[in-house]
Design a protein around this ligand. Structure first.
Ligand code: SF4
Length: 64
């Protein structure tokens, strides 16, 4: 799995961080998403897909 994201369009809602805190974090100053692991292990894949699905700005892109 490979994750890319467009942080410029992130609306800092934080859903991804709640769902997959080992893969996503938020910048302290403005809450914009930070990608911690662009190629997470298999155990994280379901959470990452869910995070991508619920992201209100649809900025998380997942490739198998
Ligand atoms: S869920 Fe989407 S909009 Fe919200 S912080 Fe994560 S990447 Fe940004």
């Amino acid at each position: 799995m490979k994750i890319t994201l467009d942080a410029d369009r992130c609306c800092a809602a934080g859903q991804c961080v709640l769902i997959a805190p080992e893969v996503f974090d938020q910048r302290d100053e403005d809450g914009v998403v930070v990608l911690l692991d662009a190629e997470p292990p298999a155990g994280q894949h379901d959470a990452v897909r869910e995070a991508a699905a619920v992201c209100p700005a649809a900025v998380i892109e997942v490739r198998a």
